[in-house]
Design a protein around this ligand. Sequence first.
Ligand code: IMP
Ligand code: MG
Length: 172
Amino acid sequence: MKVLISAEEISRELAAMGKLLSAEYQGKDLLMVGVLKGAFMVMADLARQVSIPVEFDFMAVSSYGASTQTSGVVRILKDLDQEIAGRHVLIVEDIIDSGLTLSYLLKSLTVRKPASLEVATLLLKEGIQRVPLAVKYVGFRIGPEFVIGYGLDYAGLYRNLPYIGVMEGDLG
Ligand code: IMP
Ligand code: MG
């Protein structure tokens, strides 16, 4: 296991992102929507860097299971608790890989008529999105490698690592 992005680098980046969000959403009715489970850590740390009034909600969607390959099948396991019509909604993601999860989420939230809908992600795997996506806030652009830690799992494990790591060797 190799450290790709250290806890210090993550914390610096989220501080900058939080500052930017606080400026851009000044005077707006911001609702940050975390995508479970992976985004729980980004959400907690990013939220503490946002200095304007903000509400939180969470959605849970199905992920890869124990495989490291995307299935392309997205299932909503938990929907939002509140209505988002007229709200400024910011989806908070841990990682965008194929982009299929996000593309599905954007579609399903757009029809609910939010005042605005943007995406903040800690990680973006560069160049492998299968669908074109406009992601406004990106922490780090990384290669196609499978990463773990800081909310990201492999077979349910490693989410608690305080940094982003790459597993070396064959993951199957
Ligand atoms: P998508 O391929 O963009 O739809 O990503 C689906 C989901 O797969 C993400 O939200 C993550 O939960 C998970 N995922 C994608 N790439 C990785 C990775 O490198 N490590 C751990 N989980 C990942
Ligand atoms: Mg995710």
